[in-house]
Design a protein around this ligand. Structure first.
Ligand SMILES: [Zn+2]
Length: 104
């Protein structure tokens, strides 16, 4: 007797929800019941879709397709400058949080 389990699918990648036997789901310890929320087939499709998206985003970002960039500057929220009451003549100079690599 196989328990039917709902595969949540993904509207983002055009994967419809459906029911499948629990044995079709990959083990996922982080889930409450220890099973993934998508069946193996769709999970693979989903993962592949995510990878494709990431690649596309990277390509749109820099144009290069190199995968080794340990110091990738993601969108890091810059800390807001602290406003002190009463101006003290000179403006506070905030160091730019941009890329300071040499031009090449
Ligand atoms: Zn599925």
């Amino acid at each position: 007797m196989a328990d039917l389990r709902r595969c949540i699918g993904s509207t983002r990648f055009g994967i419809a929800t459906h029911e499948a036997p629990a044995e079709d789901f990959p083990a996922q310890p982080s889930q409450k019941d220890g099973l993934g929320r998508m069946c193996k087939t769709h999970w693979n499709q989903y993962a592949a879709g995510l990878a494709r998206d990431a690649k596309a985003r990277k390509a749109a970002d820099g144009g290069t397709a190199s995968e080794e960039s340990p110091t990738e500057s993601e969108t890091v929220p810059a800390p807001e400058p602290i406003r002190t009451r009463g101006m003290r003549g000179s403006k506070a100079v905030v160091p730019e949080a941009g890329s300071q690599g040499d031009a090449g």
